[in-house]
Design a protein around this ligand. Structure first.
Ligand code: PSU
Ligand code: MN
Length: 303
């Protein structure tokens, strides 16, 4: 038996068949500084409710897998020290030993599927890191997208990654990469990039239909929906490139590896942009939550 609990709101949504959108918690514990992290987590939940769906923020607390957090749990997680960053490899061990951990994209997808939730909104997925030919640092998020049937809405892959290689691995793994409303694959803080998106769709309905079709065809895995950051919030690639290069060089010099890499880079970029990267990050997560809600509502009407 998996020790699994639903928040009151998610339990009610399950009873009535309301549309539910999953949210990860690593972005809260490892992706943004306190107190903005808690404010953003609350804001994103509110955005989902306003769009007519129900938010389910996912985390492991004292050995229980929570599908939806009560507000006090969310606030406590946002301030807690030493919270584990969980992925496919260590989520079961954390639950079995009574630990507390935040879920990455991979772990959130696993939890969402256990709870029958088909859509999940986040900021950016993990991917192939720069220098992966030496470090072998490739996020488990990519392999999760290949095997767990959850549609993940993100703002493309972060420019801290090797985006070309990330797209190559996604293709190899058979993951549909669908950009919403434009041809170019978006670069997280920036709307555009030199890369063409493998697929493009212009409505939540099409995305929901594609999700259902994969299921009908017996294809395992989910879909990556790349939703460009709103124009008013974007930071041009030319401005981000030198900052990312500095952050990467600092990470190399500090000898950061493994799970530490993504949190280190995000924090360093936050410092180097004097908080501007965080503002953009907040705008894009909220934008993704709104699109994920539309997709969840469409999936429900197709069901
Ligand atoms: N994107 C963000 N903020 C984050 C992350 C991604 O905007 O905090 C987190 C997600 O939880 C993602 C994880 O799954 O980083 C990837 O970590 P890694 O590169 O170690 O697989
Ligand atoms: Mn990694």
């Amino acid at each position: 038996m998996i020790p699994l609990t639903y928040s009151a709101e998610v339990a009610a949504a399950r009873d009535t068949g309301a549309a539910i959108v999953a949210l990860e918690s690593t972005i809260i514990t490892h992706g943004m500084p306190y107190p903005q992290n808690v404010e953003v987590a609350r804001q994103v939940e509110a955005d989902i409710r306003e769009a007519g769906a129900v938010p389910a923020t996912i985390a492991v607390i004292d050995g229980t897998l929570h599908i939806g957090l009560e507000d006090d749990q969310l606030a406590a997680l946002g301030q807690a020290k030493g919270v584990a960053k969980l992925s496919r490899a260590d989520m079961a061990a954390c639950i079995a030993t009574g630990g507390t951990g935040a879920t990455t994209v991979a772990a959130t997808m696993i939890a969402a599927q256990l709870a029958g939730i088909e859509v999940f909104a986040t900021g950016g997925i993990g991917g192939v890191h720069k220098g992966a030919e030496d470090s072998f640092d490739i996020s488990a998020d990519l392999m999760e997208l290949a095997q767990t049937a959850v549609t993940v809405v993100a703002a493309g892959a972060k420019a801290i990654l090797d985006v070309d290689k990330t797209l190559e691995v996604l293709e190899t793994q058979g993951v549909p990469v669908i950009t919403y409303g434009q041809d170019a694959f978006p670069a997280f803080w920036s709307r555009g990039s030199k890369l063409k998106s493998p697929l493009r769709m212009d409505s939540a309905e099409q995305i929901a239909k594609a999700h259902k079709m994969r299921g009908a065809m017996g294809l395992p895995g989910g879909q990556l929906i790349a939703n460009p950051i709103p124009e008013s919030a974007e930071i041009p690639t030319t401005q981000m490139a030198p900052i990312i290069a500095t952050a990467q060089a600092d990470a190399n010099q500090a000898g950061i590896s493994g799970k530490g890499v993504t949190p280190y880079l995000l924090q360093r970029i936050f410092e180097l942009t004097e908080g501007k990267s965080l503002e953009a990050n907040i705008a894009l997560v909220r934008n993704n939550a709104r699109l994920a809600s539309e997709i969840a509502l469409q999936l429900r009407s197709l069901a």
